[in-house]
Design a protein around this ligand. Structure first.
Ligand code: BMA
Length: 315
């Protein structure tokens, strides 16, 4: 593997597969991550053998192995609700101090297309459903952990003819997590041959650092062999997150390992979870590989910030 990559794959990858599930499933991938109760909790996307996804919690003391997978989904499509009839996908989880709860943003998939769905939990055992917060087509959403200028901020990726048609990252603001302002542009796909030229979307909820919000995002390029999903970094202004301070030109993680190149959807690395350990400065990035398994890559936050601060604002 490339010695110059900022992220290092865990030697135990893939750390979770369909075979680890206590009931029959097709694939487990694209997990959200939370440090909860002295453990790592992952909220995995689980695709069943109909092709419909739900979200299930896996817990581990060290975040690497010894996982206990819950016997029941935390969030699964309810009978009779059309907007979620094809499942819940790709969760992001963030702790909201003000509410004393974890916010879960995920994709609810139905005939109108993918929409952004909000739920909250205190313990990853039960959820409160808050419903659709962004209508189709919209996905890849996460809240910032606290209000900015008195308002909640949701990063998301609409794809409608009225805005965001190019698959760009935007943000919307809310007083109450119910009504949302018109989307404001944050980061756009690059042009032409760039690795992130087809569309982009956030990865995990942005991490607050002294230098700005660390945004880990996925970028897609269309090739004659199909779409290629890679991972990049940007740094957003802490007080005005529409303001991009720096954006790395090169990707930081690409599908190179066999388990990323081969699977239900080849050539996909898709991160939805990030944990930072302040004592060791380790960043743990939890990602889906080839829409088939759950993997872990690690880096030092210091190295990521150093690389970003040396990068231009936009390229
Ligand atoms: C995106 C999302 C992800 C998936 C990726 C690759 O559009 O649906 O869930 O991992 O495609 O198939």
């Amino acid at each position: 593997m490339n010695a110059h990559e900022l992220f290092e794959r865990h030697p135990g990858n893939p750390i979770l597969t369909a075979g680890d599930w206590p009931y029959p499933v097709n694939a487990v991938f694209n997990p959200a991550a939370a440090a909860y109760d002295g453990q790592t909790a992952l909220l995995a996307r689980v695709e069943d053998r109909r092709g419909i996804s739900h979200l299930t919690v896996a817990r581990s003391a060290n975040g690497v192995d010894g996982w206990t997978v819950a016997p029941e989904p935390l969030l699964a499509p309810a009978d009779g609700i059309e907007s979620e009839q094809w499942g819940f996908e790709d969760a992001r989880v963030v702790w909201l101090d003000e509410l004393g709860r974890w916010a879960i943003t995920c994709t609810a998939y139905g005939p109108a297309g993918p929409a952004v769905f909000l739920a909250t939990t205190e313990d990853f055992d039960t959820v409160e459903r808050h419903g659709t917060v962004r209508h189709p087509e919209d996905k890849n959403a996460a809240l910032l952990p606290h209000r900015i200028g008195g308002r909640w901020v949701l990063l998301h990726r609409p794809k409608t003819e009225f805005g965001g048609g190019r698959g760009e990252i935007v943000l919307s603001r809310s007083d109450d997590l119910v009504s949302w302002s018109a989307p404001e542009q944050v980061l756009r796909p690059r042009d032409g041959a760039w690795w992130d030229s087809l569309r982009i979307g956030i990865g995990p909820p942005p991490l607050r650092t002294d230098h700005g919000w660390l945004l880990v995002y996925h970028g897609v390029k269309d090739t004659v062999a199909g779409d290629m999903y890679r991972v990049g970094l940007a740094l957003l202004d802490l007080d005005e997150p529409t303001h991009v301070l720096h954006r790395l030109p090169t990707w930081v993680l690409a599908p190179l390992a066999d388990y990323e190149r081969t699977g239900d959807v080849p050539n996909v690395v898709f991160p939805c979870g990030l944990l930072h350990d302040e004592a060791s400065d380790e960043i743990r990035l939890y990602y889906g590989a080839a829409d088939s398994s759950i993997c872990l890559a690690t880096a030092r936050l210091h190295d990521l910030i150093e690389a970003l601060l040396a990068a231009p604002r936009e390229t």
